[in-house]
Write a protein that binds this ligand. Sequence first.
Ligand code: BEZ
Length: 252
Amino acid sequence: MSEPSQDWQPDRYQQHAGFVAVLGTPALELLNPRPGERILDLGCGDGVLTEKLVAAGCQVVGVDAGADMIAAARARGLDAHVVDGHALAFANEFDAVFSNAALHWMTRPAEVVAGVHRALKPDGRFVAEFGGHGNVAAIRTALIAVLGRYGIDGAALNPWYFPTPDEYSALLRAAGFEVHSAELIPRPTPLPTDVGGWMDTFADSFFATLSLQDRASARAEAVDLLRSVLCDSEGRWTADYVRLRFSASRLD
Ligand code: BEZ
């Protein structure tokens, strides 16, 4: 899940985004892991879901681009490695590749899908869920609007890839997969803190070019802009998540 452009702090991640692993259950169910299967968890983060695959009796390798996240995963006793998802070097060795809330950080998807295809045994499954078309649209719009006030093209700083099911299915087919299902699922997601905490955890790249003082002001302006659409009268924040969940298998 972790891109080097984002400062990943496992403790902060747990505080503001502990829901990510909890809400990964439907993707795990679609994977339907079987005891003894060898599974690659692509973008394993701090390993909370990876542990569930191990508990299901699978032999799991976790990979993630974030060194701090991999340290947290290893602290759970997992077989986890710092690897860029665009450059997977595995060949014909996994029964399945699983990924939750990570593929949207990998902005050269053809390279990712090619590496997953190589990593799988023939007939191996690729099952994942990540941000799909329209994901966090209000948050992105607010960030872009606020950065515009500082003379910055926020759209050019967008670190995420949120495709439609058609677009991602075409990529999968071109790489040699059969696509069994691919659907877009709106999933408004209650935040444990507020959208400022969410931005601190996930949106570094939008703020990176601002001075520290401007960063604090821009963050506050974005939170203010979003209050009327993402915060209810009780002060509870909900992020406008849209998931793309798919199941595919290696054809050749
Ligand atoms: C997501 O899970 O959809 C997501 C998480 C962080 C940043 C952007 C999207």
